[in-house]
Ligand binder design. Structure first.
Ligand SMILES: [Mg+2]
Length: 187
């Protein structure tokens, strides 16, 4: 399974939930599969998906799912210690770990080599760190949301992207509709 297959299997779980999605192909694929006002697509700032997701989780009560990638987390490795030391039990970080920088042409990342993001997350002090196969992702995501405990899921999958169109929505509109959803869901 590749990232797109995982997104397809978790789309029903993501429906009507606050979702922050990694820059590039992940956001474009999610946009094609399940565009909704409660999705925040990263259109810049590689590496900050998990940071923004944590921030949103800390300031309100609704579950927040951040869909990040191995290359992105490696770009901002300090995010794992920030998450460990600022826990938000309504936060789930799903790292789709395909061992490659998918959006720039599937160059290998160190997560697919000697570095285990699962072990790095644990060493940073994160609790509830779950590594799973692509096929198990939907089950683990559902479990994480219902557990009421901050969870990091590392889903191991194959590299590869689907040919989808770019997000043609305005970044300001994406931000505004996401903010409105946060207000609505918490009212
Ligand atoms: Mg990747």
């Amino acid at each position: 399974m590749i990232r797109y297959d995982i997104l397809k299997t978790i789309a029903p779980i993501l429906k009507d939930r606050l979702v922050v999605c990694n820059i590039g192909s992940p956001s474009q694929e999610l946009y094609q599969l399940l565009d909704q006002p409660s999705n925040f697509y990263m259109l810049g700032t590689m590496g900050l998906c998990s940071s923004i997701g944590l921030g949103v989780a800390l300031v309100q009560d609704q579950p927040v799912i951040a869909i990040d990638g191995d290359g992105s987390v490696l770009t901002n490795l300090a995010t794992l210690s920030t998450i460990a030391n600022n826990p938000a039990d309504n936060f789930v970080l799903l790292i789709v770990d395909n061992g490659s920088y998918g959006s720039t042409g599937d160059q290998p990342t160190y997560a697919g080599m000697a570095t285990s993001l699962t072990e790095v997350a644990k060493a940073c002090g994160c609790r509830n760190v779950v590594e799973c196969s692509a096929e198990e992702t939907a089950t683990e995501l559902e479990k994480a949301i219902t557990s009421g405990k901050m969870t990091i899921i590392i889903s191991k999958c194959q590299p590869g992207n689907v040919n989808v169109s770019v997000i043609d929505d305005d970044p300001v509109n994406i931000a505004n509709r996401f903010s409105n959803q946060i207000r609505e869901l918490n009212s």
